[in-house]
Design a protein around this ligand. Structure first.
Ligand code: URA
Length: 463
């Protein structure tokens, strides 16, 4: 009997190394007990006190396993079931003699591993759907935090999504297993916050301060593991290569599933957003101006924020910028009735000047605070193309400040599989004083929108 103790619940490298050695020594799965450091309560199971160590394996000893197995094992190992290590070793041992084993879904081991991997993926998707960052700390040193209770050990697995989505803001995701921290450059992990310290609604800041406020001695004593995004993703590829000796192309991130959960139902979202207090803009604005358009829209247009007219009417793009947009859309051949139109910021920001309300550009904290609505609109509508009109919209769509000049007029891949198109804001055209420049810029705007029109026609043909 062999006892293998892994370094952590997600120690895939440790499992791989041990499994490879065991398999090359033809050790039967029934003769191996798997555990994790610190989980055996200091006791060695009966009969294992004299567990033999395996002799090192000759360098040329090798065998091939299908790349799909590595991908499956990488994910399955994140399941919370204690038997997963043994299950994976059983599969590995059987694969030596039966290379096509994974193709037989009726096999109980294969089916169980696949079900576990699906459960892990679902949990990671749930994390992506429900994690909502709250701003904590003072404005100059804003930090964003969220509490999440994963079903499986998925925090590091799901972290790259949050890194890409929230690249330009420092955030922490606190969970009972492990806490992930992004400072804008690198990700680090610290031990989890126990469930007994689970933050009450609205008390997240207290928990965060207790554990992580930099001035506190406890935080400096907290063990941090710094990892770049590449160091999280790269093992997925290199491990597969080590087993198989071949280069494996990275799998593209799975696109978000079509259509939405009840939680993100548009009408429920609209209602929830009507009471949004995530930033101070609600105080002076008349109302939240939420996005509008059919749920089936495959194009989403994103503007900056409602203007004076929109604030009063409660609908996006109904004032002068809206009229300019309508004209350009028509000329480009885009049917506005079939697109979803929204803004990066849902409340009108202005300063009163006598009888008029003077438009103010939204600041980054306001854009960030409002981004949750944009994300949830995307999740409810599932557009194929998102058109960012102007710098504020681009900042929201890409999750970071994005210069228009460098990105304008071409389709850009978003991490979730959608396309983005950056163009100018119609208000910019309205403000141009020189008629010639205005006409020229307007034409460029129409040309940009023609890209969206092409996509709309293609979707109509495919429907
Ligand atoms: N400008 C915007 O960005 N959005 C509107 O809804 C109106 C003007």
């Amino acid at each position: 009997m062999y006892l293998i103790t892994l370094d952590s619940q997600t120690d895939f490298d440790g499992w791989r190394k041990a499994a490879r050695t065991l398999a090359l020594h033809h050790v039967a799965p029934a003769d191996v007990t798997w555990g994790v450091q610190g989980q055996l309560n200091g006791e060695t199971p009966a009969g294992l006190s004299e567990a033999p160590s395996l002799p090192p394996v000759e360098i040329e000893s090798t065998f091939n396993v299908p790349a799909d197995f590595i991908a499956l094992a990488r994910v399955t190992i994140l399941h919370r079931d204690d038997d997963r290590f043994a299950l994976l070793y059983r599969l590995l041992s059987r694969l030596k003699a039966d290379h096509d084993l994974l193709e037989r879904m009726s096999d109980p081991d294969v089916a169980l591993a696949a079900a576990m991997a699906s459960s892990v993926h679902r949990d990671a998707q749930r994390m992506r759907d429900v994690v909502r960052f709250r701003e904590i700390g003072r404005e100059q040193k804003a930090h964003y935090a969220a509490w999440f209770e994963p079903e499986h050990y998925i925090v590091a697995f799901a972290a790259p999504f949050f890194i890409r989505r929230f690249a330009d803001m420092p955030w922490s995701i606190l969970t009972p297993d492990v806490c992930a921290h992004w400072d804008g450059h690198a990700i680090s992990f610290t031990p989890g916050v126990s469930r007994t310290e689970r933050p009450e609604p609205g008390r997240l800041e207290e928990t965060w301060r207790r554990h992580f406020e930099p001035e506190r001695p406890r935080a400096s004593a907290t063990r941090r593991r710094n990892l770049s995004e590449a160091s999280i993703l790269e093992p997925l590829l290199t491990d597969a290569e080590r087993w198989t000796g071949g280069r494996i192309a990275p799998r593209p991130e799975a696109p978000m599933p079509r259509k939405t959960s009840a939680a993100d139902d548009l009408e429920a979202l609209r209602e929830e957003a009507a009471h949004c207090r995530a930033c101070p803009l609600y105080k002076d604005a008349t109302q939240t101006v939420f996005g509008e358009g059919p749920k089936s829209a495959n194009i989403m247009l994103v503007g900056e924020q409602p203007g004076d007219k929109e604030d009063l009417a409660g609908h996006p793009f109904v004032g002068p910028a809206g009229q300019m947009l309508d004209r350009a859309l028509e000329e480009a051949g885009v049917d506005r009735k079939k697109v979803y139109v929204t803004n990066a910021v849902k409340h009108f920001k202005f300063v009163p000047r006598g009888k008029i309300r003077l438009h103010q550009k939204p600041a980054t904290p306001e854009i960030r605070a409002c981004r949750q609505w944009y994300e949830r609109e995307v999740s409810a509508i599932q557009p194929d193309l998102i058109v960012a009109m102007g710098a504020t919209a681009a900042q929201s769509v890409f999750g970071k400040i994005t210069p228009i000049g460098k990105t304008r007029g071409r389709l850009i891949d978003l991490p979730d599989g959608r396309k983005a198109l950056v163009t100018v804001h119609p208000s910019y055209l309205l403000r141009l004083p020189d008629p010639e420049a205005k006409a020229l810029e307007y034409q460029r705007f129409v040309e940009d929108l023609k890209i969206a029109a092409g996509l709309q026609r293609k979707a109509a043909r495919a429907a």
